[in-house]
Design a protein around this ligand. Structure first.
Ligand code: ZN
Length: 440
């Protein structure tokens, strides 16, 4: 008789979406986990027969899918959620956000805000997040405590930050982070430049060299507003994308957030250089930045993932909401109800997102050998009954609060809707204390 496999746990039952290309949903499926990795995916009856004594996590009446991948955020800005809304980007940033950051952001508050952001995302089915902010090592430590996977960078700007006196110190911190965290199972260190209009060519080139040396993602905001494009045309006689290409910055390491104002030539440049793009529909809508040409980019072969941006410009880190708004937005504005269909937008939030972060062979799909990053969304409420097509259910009807379990690297971090890794009440109380200080 065949020996029983030594699986640690079975996620049992539910409708399994592997998010593999051309895959069919597995009704009453199961996923076996061993040493943090996916050991088997298949019908529940088959897997249960092979390991009858394995620990079981009940996922019946759930959609079981890869955890969502948030490809752009500033986590600690969760503490600035709702601080200043209904304002133009420049006023919002210069008169409200930057002064608040100068007042309260330090190593301790960045860690706190990151833990708050991690809790919010884990409770919304997000298993991988991204960050470009300050005190990146404190961000990494906070995410490890929370049990959330992260692609984390110390952001560089040609100015001072709450942490560093200038860009040389920031470059030093970036290199340190890459060395210290390069082999961590949950953390992928990363490099980040704020934007082509706030970082000069010499430092952008230095950052591209670090990304190349370590083979790690390089995050940057690109072509977010019309103002940015006009300024770049005046200063460099080139669009931001063409300018970045001209200095040799672009490569497949780049995760370019926003990419709202692009010319057809810009889209070709992004495709040729294999740049990954993070589409942030809610942030772009709220700040009235414009409409990113997502369908044109996808048609040109550009890999486009989804991001929330920081909670000060969204105002949640609920990637499912961005996913749902993305599909509605591109249908509504194109006049084409077939634009950005349900399955495509779910792919953006899982395997394509993972791919642009350089993690496409580790997460984003439910595949044997991949890290066990799994989200189980419950289907037992009035708004989630019935379900004819699980992809369209996720794209048009599901809610983040439907989350039943979130598993990251094989560890159950949300079980039956409850966060397992941190004291949520304490976290909320401490976050309110910081908000009171900002209000002053
Ligand atoms: Zn951003």
């Amino acid at each position: 008789m065949e020996k029983s496999p030594q699986w640690e746990k079975l996620v049992l039952g539910g409708l399994v979406l592997t998010m593999e290309e051309d895959s069919e949903p597995i009704a009453d499926g199961a996923i076996a986990i061993e040493k943090g990795k996916i050991a088997a995916v298949g019908p529940a009856s088959d897997l249960l027969e092979k390991a009858p004594t394995c620990e079981v996590l009940d996922a019946s009446h759930c959609i079981v899918m890869p955890g969502l991948v948030n490809t752009h955020s500033h986590l600690a800005m969760s503490l600035l959620r709702g601080l200043a809304d209904d304002l133009p980007l420049k006023t919002w940033l210069e008169e409200h956000i930057w002064p608040a950051e100068a007042k309260v952001m330090n190593r301790e508050t960045v860690a706190l805000g990151t833990r708050l952001a991690a809790a919010e995302q884990l409770l919304a089915g997000v298993s991988t997040t991204t960050d470009m902010y300050f005190f990146a090592d404190a961000v990494c430590e906070a995410l490890v405590e929370a049990g959330l996977r992260g692609v984390i960078a110390e952001s560089l700007i040609d100015a001072s930050t709450p942490r560093c006196a200038g860009p040389d110190e920031m470059l030093e911190k970036q290199r340190e982070l890459c060395l210290d965290w390069k082999d961590h199972p949950l953390i992928t260190p990363s490099i980040a430049a704020h934007a082509p209009y706030t970082v000069g060519a010499p430092n952008l080139v230095r950052e591209a060299e670090i990304a190349e040396e370590f083979g790690l993602p390089l995050q940057i905001h690109v072509a977010e507003t019309r103002w940015e494009v006009e300024t770049s045309l005046e200063k460099h006689k080139l669009t931001p994308v063409a300018y970045l290409e001209s200095i040799g910055f672009l490569s497949d390491h780049i995760v370019a957030a926003h990419c709202v104002h692009l010319s057809p030539e810009d889209i070709e440049i992004l495709a040729e250089n294999k740049v990954g793009v993070s589409h942030n529909p809610v942030s772009n809508l709220k700040l009235a930045s414009g409409l990113s040409p997502v369908e044109q980019m996808r048609a040109a072969g550009v890999r486009v993932g989804l991001g929330t941006d920081g909670a000060a410009s969204n105002n949640t880190l609920d990637l499912l909401r961005d996913l749902q708004i993305a599909t509605l937005l591109h249908k509504g504005t194109s006049g084409d109800p077939t634009a950005l269909p349900a399955r495509a937008v779910l792919e953006m939030a899982t395997r394509v997102g993972a791919d642009i972060l350089g993690l496409g062979e580790r997460i984003g799909r439910l595949k044997v050998g991949f890290d066990a990053d799994i989200a189980c969304f419950a289907l037992n409420s009035a708004h989630s009954t019935p379900v004819y097509d699980p992809y369209s259910h996720m794209a048009f009807a599901a809610r983040a609060s439907d989350i039943r379990h979130t598993i990251v690297g094989g560890k159950i971090v949300v079980r039956d809707g409850e966060l397992q890794t941190m004291d949520l009440e304490e976290l909320l109380a401490r976050s309110r204390e910081v908000a009171a200080k900002i209000r002053g």
